[in-house]
Design a protein around this ligand. Structure first.
Ligand SMILES: [Zn+2]
Length: 492
């Protein structure tokens, strides 16, 4: 069956309640649909894709969001891929207010609509940031700051250097976003999911939070929280309830979306973020509890501190980055709030997934230009559904700088290609580090060294000859002939 039709039917059946969530689980990993998802991820810079493809993307996003919201099950699309696809959809459809539809029932309006707002996002903190190497084409801190400084200048004529300003950096908790409404004595009135932003509708989940207390502020207030489950509860939960959740957020989502209150509610942890008190209009304050968890205060220019904190602050709960928050209230009011977003805070979001592994071996390959390229072999790890065991170091300069040895613990990031990095949690012995090869891995001739470039210069080397053929063809403007093709023809 045509994929568009399949998706259309699934969505119709969702809205009429005619399909069970368990049937939907795995729907997106059917080969025809998962191939489409891969196709979209590959064409993310292509602004000219046909209209029926845009519709298909929209339906995929809708189905994924439904599964995610209602069952918390694995959608088959990683969070970062989901973000990328939904940004891509907004760009090509020009629908910048796109939120995936959520057809679940029993929707109620929020009393503090401002709290639903999401954060602006950046994906790299600058040149020191590893994310910059993995994701070169996405929003960076520098661009964000420049845009905000220009905004202040065009509004007030003032030049402000935001990099001089002091900021708090908080963990960006990756759980389920919920809003709590308390009366003036801190009694809980309602707990709501963030819900459909454009319609100001949310799902009432108060029954899971009976008996919790807020602050006795003397005025009613609303509180934005992230509902989390501890990392250490993941395995126990799966064992006890016969589930196979990959992440704690899925558990949090499954619990708060269930109709009944039961012992599982005890697993829910409330990370309190922002609050609004009745009578104060749209002014969002930091909840006092944000300072109970790790945070730092520094100047925005202290990028290294911010990166270190972002790597190291997880503290037993799932994080997908950090939140950078301007402290000075003058800056806050200069930047203000637009389209449901505070412009004086920004989320720095990891788009790559990462994990740690151990070095098994080092291989050397000849690159297309006849240059030696080091490739690290590690104990296989799974990131974004891909098994990764070989990672190119890119250049001999990096090989020499890293001085890896067998057994070293290294960090592996994966977005589109795998990348090896070293951070504080790694363990590099510097003993018995892998030596540089003296001979060409293709023909056995002695390698030629010129600074960081190590190459084979033997006229008889098959690799060098293939490279010469490619050069010859390129000079004569023969298009569509790759090094691989020449290699295949050469080896015949
Ligand atoms: Zn050679």
């Amino acid at each position: 069956m045509d994929t568009n039709l399949k998706l259309q039917q699934a969505l119709t059946r969702l809205e009429t309640g005619d399909i069970s969530v368990s049937k939907l689980e795995g729907f997106l990993s059917e080969p025809s649909i998962s191939n489409d998802i891969k196709w979209f991820l590959k064409h993310i810079d292509d602004e000219t894709i046909p209209i029926e493809q845009i519709d298909k993307l929209r339906m995929i996003l809708d189905v994924a969001m439904y599964i995610y919201d209602v069952s918390g099950a694995d959608t088959g699309i990683s969070d970062s891929d989901y973000d990328k696809l939904s940004e891509f959809y907004q760009r090509i459809s020009k629908d910048y207010h796109f939120t995936p539809r959520n057809p679940s029932s029993s929707k109620v309006p929020h009393s503090y609509p401002v709290l639903r707002g999401t954060l602006q996002k950046i994906y790299s903190l600058g040149k020191q940031d590893i994310s910059n190497k993995v994701n070169s084409h996405r929003a960076t801190l520098e661009e964000w700051v420049k845009q905000k400084e220009n905004y202040i200048f065009s509004n007030t004529g003032k030049h402000v250097n935001l990099f001089d300003e002091f900021v708090y950096v908080f963990p960006k908790w990756d759980g389920c976003s919920c809003i709590f409404e308390f009366d003036e004595h801190g009694n809980l009135l309602r707990a709501l999911t963030r819900g459909d932003v454009s319609l100001n509708l949310a799902q009432d989940i108060t029954h899971h939070f009976k008996g919790i207390r807020g602050h006795d502020y003397g005025v009613p207030y609303g509180e934005k929280t992230e509902i989390m489950v501890r990392d250490t509860d993941l395995d126990d939960y799966n064992a006890k309830y016969g589930k196979d959740y990959k992440q704690t957020r899925s558990i949090a989502s499954a619990i708060i979306n269930s109709k009944d209150s039961d012992e599982r509610d005890n697993l829910l942890v409330r990370k309190m973020l922002r609050e609004i008190r009745k009578g104060e209009g749209d002014i969002e304050r930091l909840c006092p509890e944000v300072f109970d968890d790790p945070y730092i205060k520094c100047q925005l220019r202290d990028i290294d501190k911010i990166i270190d904190f972002s790597i190291d602050h997880q503290n037993g709960f799932r994080c997908d980055g950090s939140v950078i928050y301007f402290i000075d209230q003058k800056i806050q009011s200069l930047l203000g709030r637009h389209d449901d977003r505070n412009w004086f805070e920004v989320a720095y979001k990891f788009t790559e997934e990462y994990t740690y592994s151990h070095v098994v071996d080092m291989h050397f390959q000849m690159g297309p230009m006849g240059r030696l390229t080091p490739v690290v072999e590690v104990e296989p790890v799974k990131l974004k559904g891909n098994i990764i065991s070989r990672i190119s170091l890119g250049s001999m300069a990096r090989f020499r700088a890293l001085q890896l040895s067998k057994g070293d613990k290294v960090k592996i990031l994966y977005d589109i290609v795998p990348y090896l990095d070293i951070d504080k949690k790694c363990n590099i012995s510097h003993e018995d580090s892998f030596p540089e090869p003296r001979y060409c891995p293709e023909c056995g001739s002695i390698l030629h060294r010129d600074g960081d470039v190590v190459s084979c210069q033997s006229k008889d080397c098959p690799w060098v000859q293939k490279g010469q053929i490619v050069n010859y063809l390129m000079k004569r403007n023969v298009v569509g002939i790759s090094f691989m093709t020449v290699g295949t023809l050469y080896d015949l």
